[in-house]
Design a protein around this ligand. Sequence first.
Ligand code: FES
Length: 436
Amino acid sequence: MSKTIEDIKALVEPTRIHRSLYTDPDLFNLEMERIFERTWVYLGHESQVREPGDYLTVNVGRRPVIMVRDKDGNINVLHNQCTHRGAKVAGKTCGNARAFRCCYHGWTFKTDGTLIGVPHKDGYEQTNFDIKDPAFSLKVVRSENYRGFVFANLSEEGPDLKTFLGDAASSIDNMIERSPEGAIEITGGVLRFRHNCNWKLFVDNLNDTMHPMVTHQSVGDACQAYVDELPEGAPKTNEADIISPFGSSYQMFDEMGVSVGPHGHAFTGGEESIHSNYMDIPGYMESMEATYGPEKARQILSINRHNTIYYPSLTIKGAIQSIRIVRPISVNETEIETWTFRLKGAPDEMLHRTMLYSRLINSPSSMVGSDDLEAYVRLQEGLMSGGTEWVDMSRFIGREEHPEGNMTRAIGTSDISLRNQYAAWLDYMTHEKEVA
Ligand code: FES
């Protein structure tokens, strides 16, 4: 059933949203059209396409694209659709190709999209086909690279990527500065985890600081019992370091704070977060000080944000060097990808800790992420059942807030992150024409 602008406006109020935002397939299709296909969506990191011909394929909303490095070293984003009869020309999720040859009739395209080969051309004489006509090249998609993070935007309208990221870009900056060489790279493969829930339930949860002490209570308690049983003077373990903070108090999450900005972006934490009390890794501080000097090194490492959301598609944890990507599949299916970064110049133990974090917290066999998934599935099933029509987001509305740059800072357990996301959602969804 088609939705009018007035229908959509009626679903979002200042302190609550209607449950159909999570359950209505028509709204999901509109979200793909008006959000994911009109704003900046994260594709991948430049280190994933290091060599000429390296490529990866992803969807931007419903549109398949190829992110590929060409022979001149440029990263191009191309619509993954043959201009002959429409087949996807790249069938794998990643690889290396000198050119893309369509599997159906063999039209072949360069890594900048130019059509360079058509078998048995004779039959095209006296037709409109011209191999040199750019209309027969793969369509180039608008893309930008912020310090190695490549985004695409199917719309030609709206701000550039840096403007879109705004002050929230400082979380990417901090992750890069944590490298003694000021450079990071994707290392290892992806943890791809299918969630049977609407994509927004995952995004809602990232800065929901009222759930860890409930949802993760059992693993927090088990971890604390393990720590209590360690002999006096026994060294701490990375596992305990990583899991214990999920059992932190409401007060700790209050004090951690949350910041929200334009376009639905937000981050929790600052100097304090669940990542701020990890053990020192021998040699790391020394290498940071050698690069930046003691004062600057301490300032970089004092920023320990929890989750930063670049709404709607990317979430990063700079303090532990991992990212998660949101890939909506349908109204009640979402793929979440976790990728791991190596800080160039840092001891290998830093990378090992990041990989341990991903396995313990974000993998399908995680002791923490599986708690969240249980909550998402119960939310999805509950919301689909009706009865309670509205989803509350009223906590701390209008209180404990103050401006910080182009963002607003609030007490950590405020629902301000939800209110900010759904204000952005409403803005996107009620523009019938293209917006940022
Ligand atoms: Fe690609 Fe025909 S559909 S060559």
